[in-house]
Design a protein around this ligand. Structure first.
Ligand code: F6P
Length: 319
């Protein structure tokens, strides 16, 4: 019987993490559970940085960016000896189960703990939207809005100068951010792992755009091409002078959008309900406007590339 839970955020932060912590905390308290917050993710679990949370601990957190619990990337968590220390620390506080909030690395850590006997549920929070099984991860929508706002500004200056603007966006190995923002800002070219990289086709598109527009926008997913080099090539081989902008970590900051706040709140409530219903190695996922609970392994082994490519088709039709 679960009487006490811990909640942590791990991996890269994303807007909506605080909203998820709040929803988990308040739902658990309303069910009569004790709630503990772990600072700095799995690192804090290893170090025993654990404190009890109450309703007031999560007041005025819903709309704030980042994570007030702190986060970290701890690659050493793959080591069973490190995880044994983490479990011992949970036992010291009498904690029966864990809610882990984060991306795929967080999921792998949680799964490993569940295989050692700890009931665990996870909530998908990452700007990358790279978790299979859920249509949206928390943080994705806010990052898209941040990027589109920046792209709109870059379009203004590009248009004034008759330039091509290359904008590198995050996503790690997933093109969802690149594809969605390309649609949303009417980019001329979208480059992502799933869509492939064909330099000649890109140059043709830009030359064509130059015939009837004063600007061109290229959205480039990170880890594909050196955008400074690509900008030089475009300047040399098309009528446009090109400039490269790497948006970087600004994409991870800021207040969560309404959509991310609502998604985080719904998933936080569902996570506690699922845990108390006996789901002990599960993750939350959004499906057809509902929140479902599914095994973490299924999410880690799944592949949503087809969904990304379907969205890319929309981009191509509208270009
Ligand atoms: O997973 C989120 C993310 O922002 C990725 O898009 C990016 O590749 C990575 O984290 C950057 O990680 P870090 O903040 O550790 O540099």
């Amino acid at each position: 019987m679960i009487k006490s839970i811990a909640v942590l955020t791990s991996g890269g932060d994303a807007p909506g993490m605080n909203a998820a912590i709040r929803a988990v905390t308040r739902t658990a308290l309303s069910k009569g559970l004790k709630v503990y917050g772990v600072h700095d993710g799995y690192l804090g679990l290893f170090k025993g940085q654990i404190e009890e949370l109450n309703r007031r601990s999560v007041s005025e957190k819903l709309g704030s960016g980042g994570t007030f619990l702190g986060t970290a990337r701890l690659t050493e968590f793959t080591d069973i000896e490190i995880r044994k220390v983490a479990l011992r620390n949970l036992r010291i506080y009498g904690i029966d189960a864990l809610v882990a909030i984060g991306g795929d690395g967080t999921y792998r850590g949680a799964l490993a703990l569940s295989q050692m006997g700890l009931p665990v549920v996870t909530i998908p929070v990452t700007i990358d939207n790279d978790i299979a099984g859920t249509e949206f991860t928390i943080g994705f929508d806010t990052a898209l809005n941040t990027i589109v706002e920046a792209a709109d500004k870059l379009r203004d200056t590009s248009s004034s100068h008759r330039r091509c603007s290359l904008i590198e966006v995050m996503g790690r190995n997933c093109g969802d951010i690149a594809v969605a923002t390309s649609i949303a800002c009417g980019a001329e070219v979208c480059i992502a792992k799933e869509t492939g990289y064909d330099l000649e086709a890109i140059l043709d598109n830009i030359r064509e755009a130059a015939q009837h527009k004063r600007h061109a926008i290229i959205i480039v997913a990170e880890n594909i091409v050196d955008i400074e080099e690509l900008a030089k090539t475009i300047t040399k081989k098309t009528p446009f002078e090109a400039r490269a902008t790497v948006l970087g970590h600004v994409q991870r900051g800021g207040k969560p959008t309404v959509r991310d706040r609502v998604l985080a709140s719904k998933m936080g409530v569902k996570a506690i309900e699922a845990l108390l219903a006996g789901d002990n190695h599960h993750c939350m996922a959004s499906k057809a406007n509902d929140i479902i609970s599914m095994p973490i392994e299924e999410a880690l082994n799944g592949d949503d590339t087809a969904v990304t490519l379907k969205e890319y088709e929309v981009f191509k039709v509208l270009w």
